[in-house]
Design a protein around this ligand. Structure first.
Ligand code: HEC
Ligand code: HEC
Length: 265
């Protein structure tokens, strides 16, 4: 059955190592561990998770699995296999050393797949779209301003994944204005409040302690003298809320969100 031996990880084409013992972000394990892992995998996991970890009738793909992609030396894989959740699928008896070998084998498959372009090396992709969706509509609060069928529709087709993640973090940079119109919709604007209470909005051209010049909606500019902060001028950045959220994102949330956004075709 196992016609294709685990590819020697170091031979993964196009995947330059970032240091000894790594290919990209992936750790390279010894060939002996990989070979032992293959045997252990086939006898304890393979009949559910399929040949070479590609998923089988009774268990999901373990190569694109978040657990594998975040695993170090079998620790996360071991924890997952021994979790109550997994026991429902079937009780699996494996020792720590077997799990470590199985991890070495699965990681070699990840590197192999990434070298072939099956798994993209960019760390960006190492996310879970489902978790991203939950975050988008829950803790992240992204759905307050965005929707997959509304203003983020087609965002996946607009950028490659790495750029998509950059846009997520910093929407304003590098944008060449989108087809005329509301390029200014995300530009910071000023609100000037006159002593009468009247509020005037415009693009801030010059704001000092002594005067303030705004460009108004009709394109004209207008200047007011200021004295001790009067009239009051407030600058609003429509992207501020977005930026605030991004500052707080964990790497994990960010990768999950990117994976989710990548489905907005
Ligand atoms: C009896 C079938 C069976 C066997 C044997 C089995 N698994 Fe699973 N495994 C499953 C099923 C079904 C799921 C999906 C349900 C779940 O999430 O627990 C799963 C889920 C997983 C997951 C989570 C994947 C993900 O991305 O969510 C990991 C990791 C995993 N198994 C690793 C292993 C390893 C490693 C072995 C061998 C030591 C193994 N499993 C043996 C059936 C099996
Ligand atoms: C308070 C409102 C607000 C919230 C909350 C918010 N954003 Fe944004 N986001 C914006 C604005 C405004 C833009 C700029 C829109 C534009 O460029 O037309 C933007 C731009 C983006 C872009 C770039 C779109 C493109 O076409 O380049 C992505 C991707 C994005 N947001 C994702 C998210 C995600 C994911 C979250 C949740 C973690 C989030 N945003 C939360 C307001 C928000």
């Amino acid at each position: 059955m196992e016609a294709q031996p685990p590819a020697p990880a170091t031979a993964a084409p196009g995947a330059a190592g970032r240091g000894p013992g790594r290919v990209g972000r992936f750790k390279v394990y010894s060939p002996e561990a990989v070979t032992r892992g293959l045997t252990a995998y086939n006898s304890t996991c393979g009949y559910c998770h399929g040949e070479r970890g590609k998923g089988g009738k009774a268990g999901p793909d373990l190569i694109f699995s978040e657990v594998t992609l975040h695993d170090e030396d079998g620790i996360q894989l071991g924890a997952r296999v021994r979790a109550a959740e997994h026991a429902k699928a079937g009780k699996v008896e494996v020792s720590d050393s077997q799990i470590a070998d199985i991890a070495a084998y699965l990681h070699s498959r990840v590197i192999y797949a990434s070298g072939r372009g099956d798994v993209r090396m960019s760390e960006v992709l190492i996310g879970n779209a489902k978790a991203g969706e939950t975050y988008f509509n829950g803790a992240g609060g992204c759905n307050k301003c965005h929707s997959p069928s509304g203003n983020l529709k087609g965002v996946a087709g607009k950028y490659d994944v790495a750029t998509l993640q950059d846009r997520l973090v910093m929407p304003r940079t590098g944008r060449g204005g989108r087809g005329g119109g509301p390029a200014s919709a995300t530009a910071p604007y000023a609100t000037l409040t006159l002593p009468s209470g009247e509020a005037i909005k415009g693009a801030p051209i010059r704001v000092t302690d002594f005067d303030v010049t705004l460009r108004l909606a009709d394109g004209s500019t207008k200047t007011w003298a200021r004295n001790r902060g009067i009239p009051k001028v407030e600058i609003t950045d429509p992207l501020q809320a977005h930026i605030d959220i991004m500052m707080k994102l964990s790497d994990n949330d960010m990768h999950n969100l990117t994976a989710y956004l990548a489905t907005f075709k």
